[in-house]
Design a protein. Structure first.
Length: 428
């Protein structure tokens, strides 16, 4: 709650100081980079390459000085499906758009290697430098060799993973940001290199093959339905502005983004800056719970917890809803993780209760007793603890414990009934 308060205050102050009561018009790309064109091999281009090489060299020298292992990776971008943003007439070079069209022709005739080279040349000729030129990857390779750093060739791997052997929209959301599948591929590549060069943590890894590991990673990836819609909307907004289209052809947000259900509407509120990401996820979780879609509810709450693992309210809310829905296995998962972070009367009470239901009497007694150390005024905890002793056939002890529950709530029906049965049992 403190974090959310501070974040909201900072956001509000920022809007006041900048005199912005609405979301700034245009994307960050459109606001920052308009008309900043750099021709291939121009003076500015060469300075940029030199600056990149110098910055990378500084980083690698500092890392080497402090014995920090480094793994480098080449840069990939959308070659096949991103038409050059700005084509210039430059002495000694063709126009980027004409080279791109020729690359497409080669690709249509299945001349993949020729097409790939031409697509890369068209990208290098693009005067709007949102995609790194080939020379950047050359510098990365040289620096890796000079400093003895492994280099993950992401660029080449993306080509290999693309059906046409040239990177396009299948692995890129726009001009250079990977799709989820693209990011999974990057993660797998770096993991393989870490494993090869002994850079993995010393903890024991799960005994999984590479295909199994990929499937487990994808299944456990903390990404909810709402995130997919948010991503889709943001890409639509990005491509509804310069340099993808001219300002004259922009479509108003309300016409471009047309929500079709509750999740779409929540995503729309977020991209329009009318809500925050965590609040949006909570709204989505509530909606899923109201529809008894507990798979989506649990996944959404896991996404929230993965982002903010120290916010105990999320564990408590998730487990409370799941207990109400009698989804005990999932509730147990949230309760266990919550208790590992910060035990409390609530988490220990329900861990003890669920242990009792599973006939795990030792664990049930342990958690219920621990709950009483936080709050000894909860009659239900005393009643459940009496249940543990009943199951253990410690009837006298159970009778004493249920009396504690009735001392707190003399009209507790279940406790009254249990006491009568225990009185009969202790007389025999």
């Amino acid at each position: 709650k403190t974090f959310q308060l501070v974040r909201n205050i900072v956001k509000s102050l920022g809007q006041l100081l900048l005199n912005r009561n609405q979301r700034p018009s245009g994307t960050l790309m459109a606001r920052m980079a308009h008309d900043q064109y750099i021709g291939l091999k121009s003076e500015v281009y060469e300075r940029g390459i030199t600056q990149f090489e110098g910055n990378m060299r500084d980083i690698l020298e500092m890392a080497a000085k402090h014995s920090v292992p480094v793994i480098l990776g080449t840069l990939a971008c959308n070659l096949r499906d991103q038409f050059p943003f700005v084509s210039m007439n430059s002495a000694g070079y063709p126009r980027a758009d004409s080279v791109f069209k020729e690359a497409r022709m080669r690709l249509q005739h299945n001349k993949w290697m020729e097409a790939d080279s031409l697509f890369r040349f068209a990208k290098d000729l693009d005067a709007l430098r949102f995609r790194a030129p080939t020379q950047i990857n050359n510098e990365i390779m040289k620096l890796g060799n000079e400093f003895g750093c492994p280099v993950v060739n992401v660029d080449s791997a993306f080509d290999a993973a693309s059906p046409s052997h040239v990177v396009g929209d299948d692995l890129m959301t726009d001009h250079l940001h990977p799709t989820l599948r693209g990011y999974h591929l990057i993660g797998s590549l770096f993991y393989g290199t870490m494993k090869q060069f002994g850079r993995l943590p010393s903890t024991k890894a799960l005994p999984l093959s590479d295909p199994q590991q990929d499937s487990v990673t994808i299944a456990a990836f903390p990404f909810a339905a709402l995130d997919s819609v948010i991503g889709r909307y943001r890409i639509q907004l990005l491509k509804n502005d310069w340099p993808y289209i001219s300002k004259a052809n922009k479509i108003p947000d309300e016409k471009l983004l047309q929500p079709r259900n509750r999740i779409d509407s929540i995503a729309y509120e977020l991209v329009e800056d009318r809500t925050n990401w965590d609040i949006a996820q909570r709204k989505a979780a509530e909606w899923f719970a109201s529809r008894n879609d507990m798979d989506s509810f649990a996944r959404t709450m896991n996404v929230l917890i993965n982002q903010y693992p120290i916010v105990m309210d999320y564990y408590d809310y998730a487990s409370t809803v799941l207990l109400e829905k009698k989804d005990y296995n999932r509730a147990l998962s949230f309760l266990t993780r919550r208790n590992d972070f910060e035990p409390c009367a609530y988490s220990t009470k329900w861990l003890g209760t669920l242990s009792l239901f599973r006939n795990q009497l030792e664990a049930g007694e342990k958690y219920l007793k621990e709950s009483l150390t936080f709050n000894n005024k909860d009659p239900q905890v005393w009643y459940n603890l009496a249940g543990v002793y009943v199951q253990s056939r410690e009837y006298q002890r159970a009778l004493q414990t249920v009396d504690q529950a009735l001392a707190l709530n003399p009209r507790y029906p279940d406790a009254l009934a249990l006491r009568e049965r225990l009185k009969q049992a202790t007389k025999q």
